[in-house]
Structures are given as structure tokens and as C-alpha cells.
Design a protein around this ligand. Structure first.
Ligand SMILES: NC(=O)c1ccc[n+]([C@@H]2O[C@H](COP(=O)([O-])OP(=O)(O)OC[C@H]3O[C@@H](n4cnc5c(N)ncnc54)[C@H](O)[C@@H]3O)[C@@H](O)[C@H]2O)c1
Length: 248
């Protein structure tokens, strides 16, 4: 991989489990120092502990701007500042379109979209001041196709993440900061197996052209690539990794 990332500092949200945990592990393996930010501090701490030196856990609620400001300050003090932000924390909610209440809509948008806006504001400014930085946003196929299986509020929020990716990419490009998105289809992760009955999951898998759920490890590797110092010419892009479910 082009560029030396040894000692670079990455913050990953939602890193206590699932895709975020994998991203944190692969960044760490690639030489990054990694801050694992999550609501679930206990689980994030366990992952950080298993990684050892160059990993720390912090409690962060992505719905609060103050949390990102505190995280940026902590990383400044601890490791001289962050170089990479991965906006991974997210939450889908199965709900019938016409039954979603205004409160439920706002709650899902706060976790999936407002969070990305707040994080990009806080870290985008810090990165711009330093003259370099990488932001990778985890979107979703639902945000591209308008799929409602994981909730219309979730799909709308993820569509917004793709738009914010372009907005911040334009704003920060001249200061050495890149902002990209990865848009996965359904992934082969424990949460997917826990939340979708096996027969339904088998039927979903049959609709995927490559006939397998997405490899979360590959998504994590894609994040590492876009987070790397060699990735300076990619910005405002969305990397579709969905087994051929959506092509454009
Ligand atoms: N799993 C899939 O098939 C799939 C497909 C496409 C996109 N995605 C996206 O990938 C990302 C990770 O998904 P996952 O399946 O690993 O999810 P997950 O539910 O397994 O993990 C999400 C993590 O985010 C944390 N989190 C939730 N709300 C938070 C908050 N307010 N503040 C801080 N942390 C919070 C949770 O504690 C958890 O550790 C999400 O953005 C999701 O939308 C997942």
C-alpha cells in the first residue's frame, strides 16, 4: 500500500463491535494508532485492550458535538492530534414506512446523519488547520436505492451521508483533507444473522448477484486504503461494495 501510515492516529466511531471493530483492528494492523469510540465503553475497552499498545477506548455519543470536541482534544493531548476519522457508528430500525413517528425519524437521523455532520465539522476543521486528514464515512446501499427493509429513516439518513461526503470533500480538498464514503450492501456480520431470520437471509442472499453476503473484512480493508497517506487523489467518492446489487 502506498504511503507510510506508521504512527498516524485514527478515530473510529462505533468501534466496539461489528464493522467498526474490524476497521479498528485493520487500521491498527496497518500501523495506525487507533481510538475506539463507542457508547459501549466496556466493549470498546475490551477491543482496545486486545489490540494493546497504540489503541485506546473512549465513550462517545455520536449525537453530541461536545463528544467529538472532547475526543479531538484528548487525541491532541495524547497522540498529537488525529489524522483519520472513520464515521462508522450507525443504527438501522425496521419500521413500516407510514408508522414512523416524527420522534423516531429524528432519533434515527441523529445517529446516522447528524453524527456525520458534527464529526466532519469538528475534525474537518482540525484537519484543515494541520493541512492533512482523511475522513471515511460508512454509508449504505439503502441510501442509494431507497430500500426500506432497514427503515425509511435509515435509508434517508444514509442518502444524506453520501451528500455530506461530497459537501465536505469540496470544502476541504484544497487543505489536504479527503472525504470519501463506502456504501456496503448486506454484510456477513453477527448483527445481520441475529436480526434477520435464517430463511429470510437465505432469500436475500439469492437476490445478490454474487450470491454471498458482503465480506466485512474487505470493507475494513477498503477503509484502510482510503485512510492511508497514499489516497490523496480520491475525494468525494463513494465506493459501492454490494455484490452487484446496485451498479451505476
Ligand atoms: N451490517 C450491515 O449489513 C451493514 C450494511 C450497510 C451499512 N452498514 C453500516 O455499517 C456501520 C456499522 O454497522 P454494524 O452492522 O457493524 O453495526 P453494529 O450495530 O454491529 O455496531 C454499531 C456500533 O455503533 C455503536 N453506536 C450506536 N449508536 C451509537 C452512538 N449514538 N454513539 C456512539 N456509538 C454508537 C454501537 O454501540 C455499536 O458498537 C453502520 O453505519 C451501518 O449502517 C452495515
Amino acid at each position: 500500500m502506498a504511503g507510510d501510515n506508521t504512527g498516524k492516529v485514527a478515530l473510529v466511531t462505533g468501534a466496539a463491535r461489528g464493522l467498526g471493530e474490524l476497521v479498528a483492528r485493520r487500521l491498527h494492523a496497518a500501523g495506525f494508532r487507533v481510538a475506539l469510540a463507542d457508547l459501549d465503553l466496556e466493549a470498546a475497552t475490551a477491543v482496545a485492550y486486545s489490540l494493546g499498545e497504540g489503541a485506546l477506548a473512549l465513550r462517545l455519543d455520536v449525537r453530541e458535538k461536545a463528544g467529538f470536541e472532547a475526543a479531538a482534544a484528548l487525541l491532541q493531548e495524547r497522540w498529537g492530534g488525529a489524522d483519520v476519522l472513520v464515521n462508522n457508528a450507525g443504527q438501522s430500525k425496521v419500521a413500516a414506512l407510514m408508522d414512523i413517528s416524527p420522534e423516531e425519524f429524528d432519533a434515527v437521523v441523529a445517529v446516522n446523519l447528524r453524527s456525520v455532520f458534527l464529526a466532519c465539522q469538528v475534525f474537518g476543521q482540525a484537519f484543515a488547520a494541520r493541512g492533512h486528514g482523511r475522513i471515511v464515512n460508512i454509508a449504505s446501499l439503502a441510501g442509494q436505492t431507497g430500500g426500506t427493509a432497514t427503515g425509511a429513516h435509515y435509508a434517508a439518513a444514509k442518502g444524506g451521508v453520501l451528500t455530506l461526503t461530497k459537501v465536505f470533500a469540496r470544502e476541504l480538498a484544497a487543505q489536504g483533507v479527503t472525504v470519501n464514503a463506502i456504501s456496503p450492501g448486506p454484510l456477513d456480520l453477527p448483527i445481520v444473522h441475529e436480526s434477520v431470520p435464517a430463511d429470510k437471509l437465505a432469500a436475500i442472499t439469492q437476490t445478490i448477484p454474487v450470491r454471498t453476503l458482503g465480506d466485512a473484512g474487505f470493507i475494513a480493508d477498503a477503509v484502510v486504503l482510503l485512510a492511508g497517506s497514499g489516497a490523496g487523489s480520491a475525494t468525494g467518492a463513494c465506493w459501492d461494495i454490494n455484490g452487484g446489487l446496485f451498479m451505476r
